[in-house]
Design a protein. Sequence first.
Length: 295
Amino acid sequence: QKLQQYNTPEDAAELINNARNIIVLTGAGVSTSLGIPDFRSDTGIYTKLAQLGLSEPQDVFDLSTFLIDPSIFYTFAKDVLPTTESFSPTHLFLKVLDDHHKLLTNYTQNIDNLEVNTGLSREKIVQCHGSFATATCMKCKKKVPGAQLYDYIRKGEVAYCKNPDCGTTPVGSKRQFSVTTGSSDEDDAEIAPGVMKPDITFFGEKLPDEFEDRFEKRDINMCDLLICIGTSLKVAPVSEIVRMLPSSVPQIYINRQPCRHYQFDITLLGNCDDVVAHLCHLLGWELNHPMLKSL
Ligand code: OAD
């Protein structure tokens, strides 16, 4: 049972002022002002994929679909590849919260890796849906820097493992045969190198251990304010953070559209960059970002 009624931006600023351990849960909406599309808006990635004729746009990021036909992912992945070194005012807000010793953790669903461009320490960020920083072979499990896949992704070509042993040795056992010519189709399938998959979390995959370890073992008990920014909160388990936190923890939602499936103490509708700039103004904090100068 919440003890107090909160409604206004002034209330939100007061909650932030009084908090010491804020969880900020972010989604694709915090990067759209940089020209990066979100997923579910009219101009979002899923809408675009649907227009291109994909009946189930989420299949692009579905593990079982990837295992059957990785070319679907590789055809469309260029749209989600990180392309910028910049950051939005909302990314900067995370750093400002941390500078004021208020940020417990930023749980981001984004794979664009832009939070760190503000100078925010990696220790403050949980990339709930992984990132393009590394990639893993689906066959031999070798990990490589994700950048090795970028050219393939940009060209829309499937990237295969370059480990010379990949595909010649059943995973977990010693190499038993060498590649020979004139093998049957079945042998060819056996010796083919594995497909590389960026370490972003697909539907059907477990989230990185860090998510559960940090939230359930620590943050859930420490958090004294939740701020959700630029996310539709439609994808579990990240969206479950809202429900799992004790009801005594106030919750603020900053988004273009309201959330119909969770009740927040305060909903601040609008462009998140403008909203966080206003909150900083109310708090007397500087949010120096070139994109805000023209406001
Ligand atoms: P969504 O596209 O579902 O939601 C983004 C929300 O941000 C929408 O409600 C927009 O209205 C809002 N929004 C967009 N731009 C905004 C702005 N400038 N200011 C304020 N609000 C804005 O994206 P996510 O919630 O991040 O997962 O999606 C969650 C997950 O679904 C993604 O991580 C991805 C996707 O499937 C995987 O691929 C596993």
